[in-house]
Design a protein around this ligand. Structure first.
Ligand SMILES: N[C@@H](CCC(=O)N[C@@H](CS)C(=O)NCC(=O)O)C(=O)O
Length: 221
């Protein structure tokens, strides 16, 4: 048992949202870099197996020794454990329903597609069809962002009000995945304004370049 969190994550992965939440909550954590999607470095990805038999990041081991997987669950749980950080509307708050709805939506309607998108051969044997599978998945992902934009009007500087929440961190990270930000901005301009603010949050100024580097053209296809 450790006296701090252990987080299995990888640069440029959805785990970066959890890293950002721990950073804003001021919680120290031991990072186990586990690049599950790097086919050339299986050993790195295999490290997560100690915590998650699904071989996916993020996975969090709490100071009490409990393991959590599933990014949405981890984010919701961390916000609950550290209420002083005000990273989510608490139970009973009128914004709680929207918080739960959209946090789970990002996980189940959008993030879940990357299991196939990262490797279409998991379901489609014919490599000649993989480009088409990818394009169709990207259209679906963009459509989901469009739906979220239409249903969730940002209620202040951030999605749920004037305080940043783990939902803002989650959308900021997942909207960096392919088809990346240019498509996202076009489909969801109001969400786009919010994530740009999160990109520029001074508390995360050193964090983003280290964990999800902005390279030239990063926001395009
Ligand atoms: N449902 C999981 C999905 C996590 C996920 O897809 N993680 C990616 C990295 S961004 C991964 O580890 N992919 C490797 C794989 O699925 O084989 C969650 O929300 O935490």
């Amino acid at each position: 048992m450790s006296n701090r969190y252990i987080l299995y994550s990888a640069q440029g992965s959805g785990g970066v949202a959890v890293e950002a939440a721990l950073t804003l909550a001021g919680q120290p954590y031991e990072l186990v870099e586990s690049a599950t999607f790097d086919a050339d470095d299986r050993a790195s990805g295999d490290r997560v197996l100690a915590a998650n038999p699904m071989r996916q990041v993020p996975a969090l081991v709490t100071p009490a020794g409990e393991t959590l997987t599933e990014s949405a669950a981890i984010l919701i749980w961390l916000a609950e454990q550290h209420p002083e950080a005000k990273l989510a509307p608490p139970a009973g708050d009128p914004r709680r329903a929207a918080f739960l709805r959209w946090t789970v939506f990002v996980s189940s309607a959008i993030y879940a597609h990357y299991w196939l998108k990262d490797d279409p051969s998991r379901l489609v044997a014919d490599a000649g069809l993989h480009g088409d599978v990818n394009r169709r998945l990207e259209e679906r992902i963009v459509d989901c962002w469009r739906t979220m934009e239409a249903q969730l009007a940002p209620a202040g500087r951030y999605l749920l009000g004037d305080e940043i929440s783990v939902l803002d961190l989650y959308v900021t990270v997942v909207s960096r995945f392919r088809p990346r930000r240019q498509r996202f901005y076009a489909a969801a301009p109001r969400l786009g304004e919010v994530v740009r603010q999160v990109d520029e949050d001074p508390r995360l100024a050193a964090f983003w370049p280290a964990r999800y580097p902005f390279e030239p053209g990063w926001d395009r296809l």
